[in-house]
Ligand binder design. Structure first.
Ligand code: DON
Length: 318
């Protein structure tokens, strides 16, 4: 992987990206770290970092806290969905989970109850993500987790990605709403595996430590229609990459997805660890990090920084 060659970034250079980080850093004080997972509340809130990976030139451009490790949280719902699709085929996955936007918060049981066909509304709200994780193949929860971890290492192009044990313990200890969602699925015959085993994989996938560089690489595979830009090898089908980008567009930022599409205008996926993934089709993979969240659970400074970058580079897909 080559680092930035300024002459090839015709619209933005390192200094300009750094200036956008400085401009948006003050928004860190307007949000709040996630508190319902106690280990996330302890993370330094005054952080903002970004990485862009150019799929054509393979250059990487970063600014701010781009190599700080943070919990991937709900961004892990993207690779989990991709692996479930690789394992089962797209139509089988869609027999279990809808692709409908939801106006409810990410951990609401209404994301299922509102729909009478016994399907979670989409794979990015918690109830849909727990269902998705249950579809990952493996002989045991350990096996499913290790297959998912290998897949995440590959799509992020980083073999060192590992579990943040403190976050995992914190998630598992305070995860009663997720337990209720999983038992709801089980009680409605939607979960073919045992609840605690599925949740163990789900809590672990959310607790992986990543950087904005990792997220940018993952986004670049989606931007490049399923082909890893760094070695030109296909990792996922184009059909799967397309489906996931479209669900990111309508549901990647929960009940703020409409605002995000209207004002930022690229497929995105957030996590309560403060991470934000942006996909600029055929151009860039983008990873952003800033822990304080807005009321919907999305990175406040992160969304603003991404909006500025998208505007500056004219990346809005609409
Ligand atoms: O299950 C949870 O609530 C967390 N592990 C992940 C939620 C999340 O990241 C929502 N994103 N904005």
């Amino acid at each position: 992987m080559t680092k930035l060659n300024e002459s090839r970034w015709w619209i933005m250079n390192q200094k300009e990206l750094e200036q956008l980080v400085i401009k948006n850093k003050s928004y860190c004080s307007e949000g709040q770290n996630a508190h319902y997972i106690p280990a996330l509340a302890k993370v330094n809130p005054n952080q903002l970092g970004i990485t862009l990976y150019n799929i054509k030139t393979r250059d990487m451009l970063s600014a701010g806290e781009s190599s700080v490790k943070f919990a991937i949280e709900s961004i892990s719902k993207v690779p989990a969905l991709l692996l479930a699709i690789e394992d089962n085929g797209l139509s089988n996955v869609l027999n279990h989970i809808n692709t409908e936007a939801t106006g409810f918060s990410f951990n609401s049981p209404l994301n299922m109850e509102i729909n009478h066909d016994k399907h979670p509304l989409n794979p990015f709200v918690n109830i849909g993500a727990i269902e998705t994780t249950s579809l990952i193949q493996g002989s045991s929860p350990d096996d499913c987790y290790s297959r998912l971890l290998s897949f995440i290492k590959e799509i992020c192009h980083d073999n060192t990605i590992s579990l943040n044990e403190e976050i995992y313990q914190s998630e598992a200890k305070t995860g009663d709403i997720n337990r209720s969602l999983a038992y709801y699925l089980k009680g409605n015959n939607m979960l073919s595996k045992e609840v605690e085993g599925v949740l163990e994989v789900y809590f672990k996938q959310c607790s992986l430590n990543v950087t904005t560089e990792n997220i940018a690489m993952m986004a670049s595979v989606l931007a490049n229609k399923g082909i890893k830009p760094w070695d030109n090898k296909r990792l996922i089908s184009e059909e799967s990459a397309t489906l996931v980008k479209s669900v990111m567009t309508t549901a990647g930022l929960y009940d703020e997805s409409g605002e995000f599409s209207a004002h930022v205008g690229i497929p995105g996926k957030s996590g309560v660890g403060g991470g934000l993934m942006g996909v600029s089709p055929n151009q860039f993979g983008i990873g952003v990090f800033s822990p304080p969240l807005d009321k919907s659970g999305n990175s406040l400074a992160g969304v603003r920084l991404l909006k500025d970058v998208v505007t500056k580079l004219h990346l809005n897909i609409f």
